[in-house]
Design a binder for this molecule. Structure first.
Ligand SMILES: *Cc1c(COP(=O)(O)O)cnc(C)c1O
Length: 388
């Protein structure tokens, strides 16, 4: 089966991890700060905080922004559940904003309309999580204007987006948001096995997230309520978690970051080949905003169902039967049973549902050979071309 995504581990990656394994520190050593500096430097952010997953990064980002009981977090339905769950972890309520039918990202116009209504009803969101689906950046300038006007804070869930650019600048530089989060799960662009990072330009948010990722404990006398009792002394000044990244993961991350540009360039080459070779089929191919450079975590096609013999499900099954490990990103979060209990109706977000009924993620990863990609194209042709 050709998977939809897969990590690429070089000998240098292996060596980097082995070196740590033989060193003095398996956790809380020099590699984590080195990885943080590498990512912060690359994306152009002042602070970077490595954690054990993007889910944890979203959680401490929400807490640092003060999200809590009685507050609202809004995000897009077309995302992994973690983009919404982070609100629930903090005791806040979650609501969704429908997607733009062309980018599949949270639609700024739908956001504006929903904010206007929410203002009248006195239930404006405290935090909006924007997701750069497939790596294509959201319209952050428009969303930031709304943030200024309505006073909400913004987290960019850039789990798909490292290495991508918006308006010519790397995603994560924080021009239009408070905090940006990256994931280093193996299917993502850069991997640390499990791992995530939160980046920000705000000193206070960084300090807060730093505390929260490690039990709320500090060894910095400046943050303590009184002079240290002695050299052993630490203080717990907040309720935090153990969300720390290990040295092994960070070493892998440092090594992988050296190939980031190469990883993204390869994905663009593969996307271009798909664009050309699938152009004649009854498909809606990914649209790319001219003002942005996608990290291209995913290549999502949409079936033009009125022009195909088979159903969405059947096309999906046939692809898998032929060894093409397609996937679907994502089942709209508001349709999950856990969210249905909160009263969401499927058709609350019609663009998200329309997307869900047609979308298929094709194989897209660094190690995908042209030969294997040609097979994906051939199988799709066979299934979708009426003339054969
Ligand atoms: C993968 C992913 C996450 C969660 O990342 P983990 O590192 O696995 O916790 C969150 N949001 C989106 C959009 C993702 O794709």
């Amino acid at each position: 089966m050709i998977p939809y995504g897969k990590q690429d581990i070089s000998q240098a990656d292996v060596d980097a991890v082995l070196e740590v394994l033989k060193s003095d520190f398996l956790t809380q050593g020099p590699k984590v700060p080195e990885f943080e500096a590498k990512v912060a430097g690359h994306v152009g952010a002042k602070h970077a905080l490595a954690v054990n997953s993007a889910t944890s990064a979203l959680h401490i980002a929400c807490l640092a922004l003060g999200l809590g009981e009685g507050d609202w977090l809004w995000t897009t339905p077309v995302t992994f559940v973690a983009s919404a769950n982070c609100g629930l972890y903090c005791g806040a309520k979650v609501d969704f904003v429908d997607i733009d039918p062309r980018t599949y990202n949270l639609c700024p116009k739908a956001l504006a309309a929903k904010l206007e209504e929410a203002e009248q009803e006195g239930r404006l969101p405290k935090v909006v999580v924007t997701v750069h689906l497939c790596g294509q950046p959201c319209d952050m300038e428009a969303i930031n204007k709304l943030a200024q006007r309505y006073g909400f804070r913004t987290i960019e869930d850039a789990s798909h987006g490292i290495g991508g650019k918006y308006q010519g600048e790397f995603i994560g530089n924080g021009r239009y948001s408070d905090i940006t989060v990256f994931s280093f799960h193996p299917v993502k662009i850069v991997t640390t096995a499990e791992g995530g990072m939160a980046v920000t330009n705000d000193d206070q948010l960084a300090a807060k997230m730093n505390l929260l990722r490690s039990h709320g404990i500090t060894r910095d006398p400046a943050l303590m309520t009184h002079e240290p009792d002695g050299p052993w002394y630490y203080q717990q000044v907040d309720l935090g978690y153990n969300f720390r990244m290990t040295e092994l993961q960070a070493a892998l991350g440092v090594s992988q970051m050296q190939r980031l540009d190469d990883f993204v360039a390869r994905r663009h080459k593969l996307a271009k080949r798909y664009d050309q070779q699938l152009a004649g089929l009854p498909l809606t191919l990914p649209w790319q905003h001219p003002d942005s450079y996608s990290g291209l975590h995913l290549y999502v096609i949409r079936l033009q169902l009125e022009k195909t013999t088979f159903s969405h499900r059947k096309v999906f099954e046939l692809l898998r039967e032929e060894g093409v490990g397609v996937n679907l990103h994502y089942i709209p979060v508001h349709t999950q049973p856990y969210y249905q209990q909160m009263g969401f109706e499927e058709n609350d977000f019609p663009q998200s549902m329309a997307y869900y009924r047609e979308a298929i993620s094709l194989p897209m990863f660094y190690g995908l050979t042209e030969q294997k990609q040609d097979k994906v194209v051939a199988v799709l042709n066979e299934i979708l071309d009426e003339r054969t």
